[in-house]
Design a protein around this ligand. Structure first.
Ligand code: PEP
Ligand code: MG
Length: 540
């Protein structure tokens, strides 16, 4: 048995086989063929189909984000149609008598590593495009991607690191646990794993040769065992049994209110993304949905979701909550949350770069499409729209102008839409310091502690080397939050906390005392936080 100690990101235990995930799609083993001409035909057919897919992706994207932003699909289709990639792949198949899969993976690898013998002077951007195009053809040829776990067994997913967009593409029902070498507690991967209720340890060295081996995660001790001994398994089985018992105990709180022992009324809402999370929150009779990270609808996809797709998604949540408040955040992309088709430039300092509302205000078409879908969905219930990464009053004014405009457009077209409440994420020190000015303009605040902590502490939430600085209970963080709550209440608007801090039981009392009105947590945490509030006394 090999044993490693890691950092517990999401508590829980798991026993199962390891499935290794690597980001590199192109490790195709060399395979010879006796029929190279047939391979060329296979390649040509795949190329033709992928060109067709890209052309229709382009047409759809033009409608949603305009021609300039949709151009990535057009460029990629052109690269396949007119570029030399196809010629080189065919040449390799015929000369070396290898399969199409191997030929395209090799050509693409050589181009991206700049070791291609028929060298051309490509910019990094072009190399990226070729890599992507080749990936599309390869996925088509193999009929799968490496986010599809083979077989039917549930597995422990192991990776060097994994981006949230990648994790989203896995079938949650096949994952028992997650281990990564690189990771941090406030990263979006951590947030997502918590929402998906996947036990997660980081800091475990990556070994690709573990693929298929039995392993166990001991979430109480932060241990990861490869080929675990009986004693280790016993301990984990006991942990799993305890987990089940605690779940049953918490279920007695379904339908109970979140009121402190001395009568302070709080509300526990849920952060949801996927349908199962919504269903789970509804089962626990949640009082509202505090945060829908709408970017999850855009990530891990090949193209933008259309207005209609978005409308259906938002409407479903609003409708299912039957008049209870729902808060949907507009696209908060950037930093570790990427959509390939948006083609954001690589930045040296992405956490402080082009992200959230900054992108939406520049790519207005994208924002308008989303707002229209949200306003239309608002007809079916009680909807609040939440804007991320706000740093100035001017941003709010700009948003209001856009909203005024789209309302006029929808009126002119006779589109039916509802009323919405509008709120801002308080997740930058700037937003805290002008929270009085913001409170005058909006209907509610939502404190995004995951980001607020990183910006207050000047410690990247993605960087495990500074993870110890990202402390929720740091006086600087607490004071910032207190100021935002005071200003919100001065203007009579409610405050919710929707970052991971809301589910830290050790801080529940602090948050209640601070005057926070709503705690919004992953569905799996609703009952535990409800219980914590019910056991809390505020004024002694
Ligand atoms: C936050 O920053 O606390 C938050 C809720 O948003 P996200 O984690 O998606 O950045
Ligand atoms: Mg945030």
């Amino acid at each position: 048995m090999e044993q490693y100690r890691g950092k517990v990101i999401v508590k829980g235990n798991a026993i199962g086989k390891i499935y290794i995930y690597t980001r590199n799609h192109y490790q195709v083993t060399p395979q010879k063929t006796e029929f190279p001409e047939e391979e060329v035909n296979r390649y040509r057919k795949a190329q033709e189909i992928v060109i067709g897919q890209l052309e229709s992706a382009y047409e759809k994207a033009v409608e949603i984000v305009g021609a300039r932003n949709a151009s990535v699909f057009d460029i990629q289709a052109m690269l396949l149609r007119e570029g030399k990639l196809g010629q080189w792949v065919e040449k390799m198949i015929l000369n070396q008598k290898v399969t199409s899969e191997y030929a395209i993976s090799q050509v693409s690898r050589e181009i991206s590593e700049n070791i291609f013998e028929e060298k051309e002077d490509w910019e990094e951007e072009e190399r990226g495009q070729i890599r992507e195009v080749a990936g599309r053809v390869l996925n088509f040829l193999t009929g799968q991607n490496n986010r599809m776990i083979p077989g039917e067994e549930k597995v422990i997913l192991a990776a060097k690191d994994i981006a949230p967009g990648e994790l989203l593409q896995f079938d949650k029902n096949r994952i028992l646990g997650l281990i990564t070498e690189i990771g941090a507690g406030e990263s979006h991967t951590a947030v997502l794993a918590s929402a998906m209720e996947i036990p997660y340890l980081c800091g475990i060295p990556f070994h690709s040769e573990w693929n298929g081996k039995m392993a166990a995660i001991n979430g109480n001790k932060g241990l990861f065992c490869v080929e675990p001994e009986e004693k280790c398994l016993e301990e984990i089985k006991e942990g799993l049994w305890e987990q089940e018992k605690e779940k049953e105990r918490l279920e007695t709180l379904i339908g109970e209110k979140a009121v402190t022992l001395d009568g302070e009324r709080m509300y526990v809402y849920a952060n949801v993304g996927r349908e199962e999370e919504l269903e789970e929150a509804i089962t626990y009779r949640v009082a509202g949905i505090g945060l829908v990270r709408s970017e999850y609808l855009f990530m891990g996809k090949e193209n933008y979701p259309s207005e209609e797709e978005q409308y259906e998604y938002y409407r479903n949540i609003v409708e299912k909550m039957q008049g209870k408040p729902v808060h949907i955040r507009t696209l908060d992309i950037g930093a570790d949350k990427q959509m390939n088709y948006l083609r954001l430039e690589k930045e040296d300092n992405p956490a402080m770069g082009f992200r959230g509302i900054r992108i939406c205000l520049e790519q207005e078409e994208l924002f308008r499409t989303q707002l229209k879908a949200l306003f239309r969905a608002a007809v079916y219930g009680n909807l609040g729209i939440l804007y991320p990464m706000i740093t100035s009053v001017e941003e709010i004014d700009q948003i209001q102008e856009i909203i005024h405009d789209i309302r006029e457009e929808m009126d002119a077209k006779g589109v039916v839409y509802g009323e919405v409440r509008q709120g801002v994420m308080i997740e930058t020190p700037a937003a805290v310091m002008i929270s009085d000015m913001l409170a005058e303009k909006v209907d509610f605040f939502s404190i995004g502690t995951n980001d607020l902590i990183q910006y207050v502490m000047a410690a990247d939430r993605q960087n495990y080397k500074v993870a110890s600085l990202c402390q929720s209970s740091h006086p600087a963080v607490i004071r910032m939050m207190e100021l935002a709550v005071r200003n919100a209440h001065r203007y009579g608007i409610p405050v919710m906390v929707c970052g991971e801090m809301a589910s830290d039981k050790e801080l529940t009392r602090k948050l209640v005392e601070m005057g926070v009105d709503i705690l919004s947590v992953a569905p799996g945490q609703i009952l535990a936080i409800r219980k914590e509030i019910r056991n809390t006394t505020v004024r002694e």
